[in-house]
Design a protein around this ligand. Structure first.
Ligand code: NAP
Length: 248
């Protein structure tokens, strides 16, 4: 049991308030996924994750989903950590990018929604890992802010086709991995941004609430185990396979 001091507000919490978010009951409910506070039994400062119910005075959480808060972090910083940073780190880890690249190579990643929560976490971690990053956003102002965090190549998708930009800036080679949560046409488009040779991975392990159009609370992109996929068709076939247009 944790006496909560702060909660981190995420995309999923907004979706939860509209109902139908995977893994959460319909409203009314107490929302909130990530939080920071003091564990009642040990009095240690912790940050944690639950599916819903974190925006409360007391939070009951599994002990394996509680982590100690580094001493110099505020409660606010700790409450904003688990969802975005663990997601971004997991993506890099799954792509093999937490290990140094082969001699003469640099890890490259395309990060969609780069100015969002997961995106900015991916940029901060990518900077530490030495990743060459390409990030998409709808606004130059947002891109300027993310560049301050370490993004080298910002792409305003309202004005530029990110597939073209990535192709040009990487001299036709492409990137090693894509943080892709947009779904729809962007899945195949993102796959086309991947390198033709070498490791091919699409980081789409996390749920996506995005879709071109308005029905984004109906879309759920489940883990796509497409490490080393051989073709765009192989993956886009996963999306068609349940006949509804939703990922399966
Ligand atoms: N572990 C997990 O499973 C996990 C964890 C965290 C997040 N997620 C998922 O990852 C995605 C990003 O989360 P986040 O917290 O980074 O989001 P966020 O901070 O709310 O950022 C969302 C940004 O995405 C961009 N965007 C592009 N297309 C969009 C669309 N159709 N609808 C809404 N926004 C769109 C917008 O930026 P621009 O205007 O710049 O394009 C928007 O500001 C969400 O789908 C979220 O549910 C999954």
């Amino acid at each position: 049991m944790v006496r909560a001091a702060c909660g981190g507000l995420n995309f999923a919490d907004f979706m939860t308030t509209q109902g139908g978010y995977p893994g959460t009951p319909a409203p009314p409910l107490i929302a909130g996924r990530e939080f920071a506070g003091v564990e009642e039994t040990s009095q240690r400062r912790v940050m944690g994750y639950i599916q819903w119910g974190a925006f409360a005075e007391k939070v009951a959480a599994y002990s394996n989903l509680l982590w100690p808060v580094p001493k110099h972090w505020s409660d606010e910083q700790a409450a904003a950590f688990p969802v975005n940073y663990f997601t971004a780190y997991l993506g890099y880890w799954q792509a093999g990018m937490t290990q140094p690249p082969a001699v003469g190579r640099t890890h490259r990643a395309l990060i969609h929604a780069v100015a969002g929560g997961v995106g900015t976490a991916a940029v901060k971690i990518g900077r530490i890992l030495g990743v060459e990053m390409y990030g998409t956003s709808s606004s130059d102002e947002k891109l300027a802010r993310v560049k301050e965090l370490g993004l080298q190549n910002g792409i305003n998708y309202k004005r530029q086709d990110y597939e073209e930009v990535v192709k040009n800036l990487t001299r036709g080679e492409g990137v090693d991995a894509v943080f892709e949560m947009l779904g729809g046409e962007h899945t195949a488009k993102s796959l086309r941004c991947l390198r033709d040779f070498g490791i091919r991975r699409l980081l789409n392990h996390y749920f996506s609430d995005f879709i071109s159009g308005r029905k984004f609370n109906r879309v759920e992109v489940k883990p796509l185990l497409c490490a080393d996929v051989e073709s765009v068709e192989e993956v886009s076939g996963c999306f068609r396979s349940n006949g509804s247009g939703n990922a399966s």
